[in-house]
Write a protein that binds this ligand. Structure first.
Ligand code: TK8
Length: 339
């Protein structure tokens, strides 16, 4: 009794102090934001969602609370996208590639070898081209806040070392669920199998597929090295993630609340890219330590692959529209001329 009484006093004092600090959303409770993501908590994605959550709580004085829900507990990228569009979930971060089914312009970021380094990536994603693609999400019920870095993608498999294009023949390779990825790897000779990320580890383990492609950080944080022996440094595409908000929900927010989210998203972008890049410099050595066998591609071999993949450009052009494709090439020429 005595103990309970003390708890009651503590709670009521806390709520007295809490009232002025936590100026609440209309119903008296802090606004709850369910923010879903696919990778583990202990990944560059998980760390960045946590940083975003902290910033939102701080900047809103506790009026807005972000509940970070990782490891695809709310579903795969495409399932979460639908929930966010329907207003059943407030936010998520996932690959731009899985958004192609929603907004076809996102296929731009799937262009093999479009970007050669992170400087070009930041320039294009944070500039007018990146914004244009983000804006297209609105008509589909999503508000795109910022791009985060997933990273340059590299190839792993459990069958044999891949050092030549022909080595891809007969490899069952999981790809993200869109036609540019499927066609790209078919063009290189692999048997491309579209599959959600959530099913990937089990599929690699049971050898339903032989390989996959993702940045080093993900190969490490998702423990793919346990079921994949060979890693080839292909860097075949720079993969962004995109932080999106449900438009249905966004439209109900006050200007101040929108500002809190926009600014926290900007800050999280800086945090995430720095963290991702730092981790990427160490991840390759760690994967080697875990027993992965690492192969390079010779410049000649890389050139052969790039050459073969140019036929995919027409497909991307028709997906995203020729204007956007040309504008992108012009922007890239600008940054390349700056050097
Ligand atoms: C995580 C995915 C992942 C992506 C993929 O949900 O599917 O391979 O690279 O990061 O978005």
């Amino acid at each position: 009794m005595h103990f309970l009484h003390r708890i009651c006093i503590v709670l009521s004092v806390a709520s007295l102090i809490g009232v002025p600090l936590l100026a609440q959303a209309q119903d008296g409770k802090p606004r709850l934001i369910r923010f879903g993501y696919g990778l583990n908590e202990n990944s560059n994605q998980g760390r960045a969602v946590a940083a975003f959550a902290e910033q939102v709580e701080k900047a809103s004085g506790g009026k807005m609370r972000v509940q970070a829900i990782g490891a695809a507990a709310l579903g795969s990228d495409t399932q979460m996208q639908q929930a966010v569009i329907d207003g059943e979930q407030e936010m998520m971060v996932g690959s731009t590639s899985t958004l192609v089914g929603v907004t076809k312009e996102m296929a731009l970021w799937d262009t093999p070898f479009l970007l050669s380094n992170t400087k070009e990536a930041d320039y294009l994603l944070d500039g007018p081209i990146g914004q244009k693609v983000l804006d297209r999400l609105q008509e589909r019920g999503l508000v795109g806040l910022v791009y985060w870095e997933n990273g340059f993608r590299n190839l792993t498999n459990s069958k044999h070392a891949i050092t030549h294009m022909e080595d891809l023949g007969g490899i069952k390779l999981r790809v993200m669920q869109n036609n540019v990825f499927i066609s790209s790897f078919q063009t290189l000779g692999a048997n491309a199998v579209p599959m959600p990320f959530t099913e990937l580890f089990a599929a690699l383990e049971s050898k339903t597929v032989d390989g996959q492609e993702n940045p080093y950080n993900t190969i490490l944080s998702s423990r793919f090295y346990e079921v994949q022996k060979y890693l080839t440094l292909t860097n075949h595409v720079y993969s962004p993630w995109v932080v999106v908000v449900s438009k249905k929900w966004w439209d109900k927010l006050s200007t101040v609340e929108k500002k809190v989210l926009t600014e926290a998203a900007r800050a999280s972008r800086e945090f995430e890219r720095q963290d991702t890049r730092e981790e990427a410099t160490k991840a390759l050595a760690k994967l080697k330590d875990k027993g992965m066998q690492i192969s390079d591609l010779s410049p000649g071999e890389l050139a052969r692959m790039r050459g073969k993949l140019t036929r995919i450009y027409a497909l991307i052009g028709s997906n995203i529209g020729m204007n956007l494709w040309i504008e992108t090439q012009v922007e890239l020429m600008k940054i390349r001329a700056k050097k």
